[in-house]
Design a protein around this ligand. Structure first.
Ligand SMILES: Cc1cc2nc3c(=O)[nH]c(=O)nc-3n(C[C@H](O)[C@H](O)[C@H](O)COP(=O)(O)OP(=O)(O)OC[C@H]3O[C@@H](n4cnc5c(N)ncnc54)[C@H](O)[C@@H]3O)c2cc1C
Length: 427
């Protein structure tokens, strides 16, 4: 049996995992694994942008917008920490080479639904690709970080509520035990469990299933965000997002008689409900979104990726409405963590969308997720460095239970969906 030992394993190569890896000094050797290629993470898909506290005058309003969107169920300490550390994180990103839109040397800000002002930094409509791509470049320059693609965590190695490493499946289905002093879940969301989602289908909440199996606490896993506007299509596969910033810039929603029926900048959950009501009333599977008034310049220069996708699907948003419909988009719940991103198991941390520190409450404010992923990834790395303790496992790891991997995968999906339903009913 192959058995490797590293200092830190990070499970996931999205913005949270890559940024976290960069926070460790070069003496610490890190293994980052991902189920698919590095580019196949939701972080690469983020369109709208990343929030930042523009100036002290905006603090109260930013805090209130986040709390209001989250139905005041947010953990206030997490919200405060996220907002207070946002400028430092943006500074880090710029130092890594991330290019945010600027005019005359000043950063430009855009706005999305439920924000009372423009406070979102962006790069065209490809902010996630710009941020995560630059983080990936910086990670590749580090000699202490190894990235292994097509490698899936299928379980943890744990004893007496302490995590000693992971069980991983390689692309050839070979199963191995990898020991580590610390494991960090950065496994993203749960879109792969839903029929219609904007997420990559391989994001199936594996960290949640593995937590359930190993008695690690979860929190609010029934809090699932549905995005109100994804491009309607009868094709199979991931739904294409029409970013909220399109509505932030002035795009309007219409019913089947071409009447406006709603305030387009309502919080996501409220707007989704209004669109669903309208679709039911109209007996349609979509409503119309018009970008026409934004003008050719804004459509093609500010939203080049959305423009290209609409044209590929046969709609010219410069001249006509596009059909949009709600789809699963984001996961507010997750593996329960404290303010330092520590789970209820020793030596196990969780960051990014897969974790829940309560920052989003019952509903996430647009463009808070990339920021939250980065802020708490940095905090997790800081805490691990501060508390460093080397582990030794004094027994063999039994791999015989991982013979039927397909059955295990199905079992994991069922476990998570069942727990979501249980939490939905009983809280
Ligand atoms: C279309 C779209 C647009 C968005 N737009 C914005 C936006 O404008 N602003 C914003 O703030 N947020 C946005 N979001 C949300 C944001 O992109 C995500 O919440 C955030 O990027 C999550 O980062 P992450 O690192 O936690 O997870 P991800 O980037 O999803 O990465 C998860 C990683 O975990 C790996 N993984 C999962 N399970 C396993 C396993 N068992 N073994 C090994 N690897 C595993 C995956 O392969 C992947 O590498 C958007 C999301 C989508 C889908």
């Amino acid at each position: 049996m192959k058995k490797q030992k590293v200092d830190v394993i990070i499970v996931g190569t999205g913005a949270a995992g890559l940024f976290c890896a960069l926070q460790f000094p070069e003496e610490i050797n890190i293994l980052i694994i991902t189920k698919e290629t590095v580019e196949d993470s939701d972080s690469f898909l983020a369109q709208g942008g990343i929030c930042v506290l523009k100036d002290e005058d905006d603090y109260e309003a930013y805090f209130e917008d986040t709390m209001k969107a989250g139905h005041y169920e947010n953990n206030k300490e997490s919200v405060e920490l996220m907002i207070r550390r946002s400028q430092e994180i943006i500074g880090d990103l710029i130092s890594y080479g991330v290019d945010f839109e600027q005019e005359n040397g000043q950063l430009l800000y855009t706005r999305e639904g439920a924000h009372s002002t423009s406070r979102i930094l962006y790069h065209e409509d490809l902010t996630g690709k710009e941020i995560t791509g630059k983080l990936f470049q910086r990670v590749k320059e580090r000699k202490n970080i190894e990235i292994r693609e097509y490698t899936t965590m299928i379980d943890l190695i744990c004893k007496n509520n302490t995590c000693y490493g992971i069980i991983a499946k390689e692309s050839n289905d070979h199963v191995e035990a990898i020991l580590a002093d610390y494991v960090i879940f950065a496994c993203g969301g749960v879109g792969g469990l839903f029929e219609h989602s904007t997420n990559f289908p391989h994001l199936t909440g594996d960290a949640l299933a593995i937590s359930l199996k190993n008695h690690i606490a979860l929190k609010d896993i029934h809090y699932i965000q549905i995005h109100p506007t994804t491009l309607y299509s009868k094709k199979e596969g991931r739904r294409f997002l029409i970013s909220e910033s399109v509505r932030g810039e002035g795009a309007k929603l219409y019913d089947k008689h071409m009447n406006r029926f709603v305030n387009e900048l309502l919080p996501r959950d409220v707007l989704t409900e209004e669109i669903r009501k309208q679709m039911k009333k109209d007996e349609t599977e979509f409503v119309w979104l018009s970008m026409v008034d934004l003008g050719e310049q804004v459509i093609t220069k500010r939203f080049p990726n959305i423009f290209k996708k609409c044209m590929e699907e046969g709609y010219d948003p410069r001249k006509e409405c596009i059909p949009v419909t709600p789809a699963q988009h984001y996961f507010m719940g997750g593996v329960k963590v404290d303010i330092d991103s520590k789970t209820t198991m020793e030596h196990l941390y969780a960051i990014g969308e897969t974790s829940c520190n309560g920052v989003h409450g019952a509903n996430r404010l647009a463009s808070n997720s990339l920021l939250e992923s980065l802020v708490f990834a940095k905090i997790a790395a800081g805490k691990i460095k501060e508390e460093w303790e080397t582990l030794y496992l004094d027994e063999e790891v039994d791999l015989t239970q991982y013979e039927d991997l397909n059955e295990l995968e199905e079992e994991y999906k069922k476990m998570v969906l069942k727990e979501m339903e249980r939490m939905r009913k009983h809280g």
